[in-house]
Design a protein around this ligand. Structure first.
Ligand code: ADP
Ligand code: MG
Length: 468
């Protein structure tokens, strides 16, 4: 619908105007005769209403009929706006002033007056883009053992920002485990519950850059002042502050001010405070004042739920077998988990293919290849010993008992298949045998696989154990 509207609009206005005022618009959804579009700011919305409402109306009526309605979702979250989109009905002669968005102060800002990027003159409150992404919500954040503490602390904080002992709340953990998602979700929820509070999400990197700019531009005080007015400050990836003494210093002051005034601070980091390097002690000790909650790799069930949730949101249906295959093979990183799903959906739809296990395997392989740690010979021996319920020393021993010999041969066979080690090296690590013994073991296993069904089953089960 929207692209048809755009075609029509494009034909009727100057290219520059089209570029400025229509390209930035994002179509959000169409339901019956209501089109929702997202516009970057209030100012943008007002401009559209002022200059292009007739054109929009004609375009929309052409597409959706006489009853067409347009809903604007203003992509701006400042201290005045509530989350409700502003609805404009055609004809919009009696359109409401903007305060249906919860605006309390008229926003009459001449952009050219904004010499200082941080404070808007003439208005008591600061206009702050919270930089939150509503897609990162608690609804979309799947709960599991791996994130239970962090998640519930996050919920507690968003119910009572600044009013819990979790201040600061520090969320830490490895890449792609949901730190940004959770930190954002807290902000989004606070904004939802307390629209009048000023929430700001910022990466430590961007914070650093702003600070450096403020030094260059001689606006350091404004910079500090700006941050001190925030009610809920979310700083992502604070490990980035390592070794940056000046930024740490200014952050220390801002932190203290906010904390003393009961404002909530939420931090994320890829390391626990004890492991953070080149961060001043006084700052580290502040980080530890509240609660540090770790995100770890999600367990299998959570991985499956994350995939299913994403499928549901994307409106795709994929057989359980495939979902489980992905969840079994991608274990440590939720971003990769989603990455595989996205590639799968993309490949299947581009090539008009079914979701097959074969296609899935290809994609998973590609992802795993980049990150896979080599399975070690030690690990193989452990898994096989455990599988046959014996000690590793028994497996390595000189005994000729048939089931022990078989276990040993399997260890050699898998070591040959799954590691890059030479025959000699495999032999020496599995009870100091020579390379000929290993070669013989591999041949024996190959033969047994052809002839012995029970043996084949063992091999399949061990393969599974070794690969996830
Ligand atoms: P980090 O900041 O720790 O590197 P992100 O927050 O960017 O990780 O998460 C990576 C991706 O995984 C994001 O798309 C995020 O939405 C998703 N994700 C992480 N944890 C979960 C979860 N528990 N439920 C749903 N999605 C998750
Ligand atoms: Mg992140």
């Amino acid at each position: 619908v929207w692209s048809n509207c755009l075609l029509f609009i494009k034909d009727n206005i100057k290219p520059q105007a089209y570029k400025t005022w229509f390209e930035p618009i994002k179509p959000m959804k169409v339901t019956n005769d209501v089109l929702t579009i997202q516009v970057p700011s209030k100012f943008f919305f007002e401009w559209l209403e002022e200059h292009y409402i007739k054109l929009l109306r004609v375009a929309l009526v052409k597409e959706l009929g006489e009853n067409a309605k347009l809903v604007y979702d203003v992509k701006m979250e400042n201290s005045y706006s509530s989350k409700k989109p502003h609805t404009v009905k055609f004809p919009s002669s009696n359109r409401k002033p903007f305060n249906s968005q919860g605006v309390t102060v008229p926003l009459e800002i001449d952009k050219h007056e904004l010499k200082n990027p941080f404070v808007i003159p003439g208005i008591q409150k600061v206009k702050i883009e919270s930089q939150l992404n509503p897609n990162y919500s608690f609804d979309n954040f799947i709960e599991g053992e791996s994130n239970r503490l962090a998640r519930s602390a996050g919920l507690a904080v968003s119910n009572k920002p600044g009013g819990t002992s979790f201040n600061p709340l520090l969320i830490y953990g490895g890449v792609g485990l949901g730190k940004t998602h959770l930190a954002q979700a807290i902000g989004v929820r606070i904004k939802d519950k307390y629209p009048e509070r000023t929430v700001l999400y910022i990466s430590a990197e961007k914070f650093t850059q702003q600070f450096i700019d403020s030094i260059k531009g001689n606006t350091r005080n404004d910079f500090i002042h700006f941050y001190q007015m925030i009610d809920v400050l979310i700083v992502d990836d604070v490990q980035f502050l390592s070794g940056k003494a000046g930024t740490q210093d200014v952050f220390f002051h801002i932190f203290n001010h906010l904390h003393q005034n009961g404002k909530q601070v939420i931090l994320t980091s890829d390391k626990a405070p004890v492991d953070m390097q080149d961060i001043e002690q006084r700052l580290l000790s502040r980080f530890k004042w509240g609660l540090s909650a770790e995100l770890v790799s999600p367990e299998f069930e959570t991985r499956v739920s994350i995939l299913k949730n994403k499928m549901f949101r994307d409106g795709v249906d994929i057989p359980d077998e495939i979902v489980e295959y992905i969840a079994k093979n991608i274990k440590t990183n939720v971003r990769e988990l989603e990455g595989v799903l996205i590639s799968l959906i993309a490949q299947a739809s581009f090539n008009h293919k079914e979701f097959t296990l074969q296609l899935t395997k290809q994609i998973v392989d590609k992802f795993v290849k980049n990150t896979k740690k080599e399975v070690s010979i030690d690990y193989i021996q452990k898994v096989i010993s455990k599988y046959f319920e014996m000690d590793v020393t028994t497996l390595q021993s000189k005994t000729r008992k048939r089931h022990i010999v078989q276990a040993r041969q399997l260890a050699m066979y898998f070591s040959k298949r799954m590691t890059k080690a030479s025959l000699a090296s495999i032999g020496s690590q599995i009870g100091s045998r020579d390379h000929a013994t290993v070669l013989h073991a591999c041949k024996t296993v190959d033969n047994l696989l052809e002839t012995d069904k029970q043996f084949k089953k063992y091999v399949e089960e061990i393969t599974k154990k070794l690969t996830f």
